[in-house]
Design a protein around this ligand. Structure first.
Ligand code: ADP
Ligand code: ADP
Length: 232
């Protein structure tokens, strides 16, 4: 069963203007439920653009994007927002935590946005997630007082709050030292194996990429054929 399917997806920026440029060309890609896929490629090749489309933050210029069997082209913005919130978790290079909030409050955010009001269930879920990422003791620490690696683990917990089918991670270890990067990657892999959450991980770290189920390489807006040698 695929959680994600792209068929002949193209993306152009500045459509209709003299500066119109197509940056993704005929992307075909499937990600199965439970798969952990690495997305690699040079800077400017289109990885973030692809992640934005898969994450329903931007729409393809042409082609078909199907998520959990649902053709997204027929969905309006409200429906896309709902599908995104309930299906996709995001982890970014800079964790984007709210620094004046505690670790637990940050993890609770997506749940609060979804339900509209706080509850003991939401608190319990946030505590459970922080426990899962090894930060139970830091629940009431302000995000701004935590190390980069700890903050990124909070971001992982937050991405998992809505129990997503697919997590999109854009260089989540890019700003971390080797040891913290290892911890964050190990954590994502563990969640993937334990819960069956699919991951699409953009990374420049080829050691991490090789430990994923599959590597997709994007060059100049195209997916390289399988078996293409890895550049470093
Ligand atoms: P990567 O994530 O692989 O570095 P990006 O998806 O960020 O690549 O960028 C792919 C190409 O699209 C680059 O040439 C970039 O300059 C261009 N691009 C990205 N975002 C925009 C935008 N909002 N408007 C115009 N061009 C963009
Ligand atoms: P990354 O390669 O890590 O994705 P970038 O520096 O390429 O980071 O992009 C950062 C932001 O700038 C993104 O939101 C992207 O869409 C935007 N961007 C990148 N290139 C362009 C461009 N040529 N014109 C307008 N926006 C751009």
């Amino acid at each position: 069963e695929d959680i994600l399917r792209l068929e002949k997806v193209c993306k152009a920026y500045n459509v209709g203007q003299p500066t119109e440029t197509e940056v993704l060309h005929d992307i075909d890609l499937e990600v199965d439920r439970g798969e952990f896929v690495a997305l690699i490629g040079p800077s400017g090749s289109g990885k973030s653009t692809l992640l934005n489309i898969v994450g329903l933050l931007d729409r393809p210029t042409s082609g078909r994007l199907t998520i959990k069997g649902q053709d997204t082209a027929v969905l309006g913005d409200t429906e896309l927002t709902h599908l995104r919130g309930h299906t996709i978790g995001f982890i970014f290079q800079s964790h984007l935590l709210i620094s004046a909030f505690t670790a637990k409050e940050n993890v609770m955010m997506p749940l609060l946005v979804d339900r509209g009001f706080p509850s003991p269930e939401i608190e319990a879920q946030a505590s459970r997630l922080l426990d899962q990422v090894g930060l139970a003791k830091f629940a009431n620490h302000l995000a701004s007082n935590m190390s980069g690696g700890q903050q990124q683990r909070v971001a992982v917990a937050r991405a998992l709050a809505m129990n997503p089918d697919l997590v999109l991670a854009d260089e989540p270890t890019g700003n971390l030292d080797t040891k913290s990067a290892e911890a964050v990657f190990g954590l994502m892999r563990e969640v993937n194996r334990a819960v069956g959450t699919s991951f699409l991980l953009v990374t420049h770290n080829l050691d991490l990429a090789r430990r994923c189920d599959r590597i997709i390489e994007v060059v100049d807006g195209r997916i390289q054929p399988d078996g293409a040698p890895l550049r470093s």
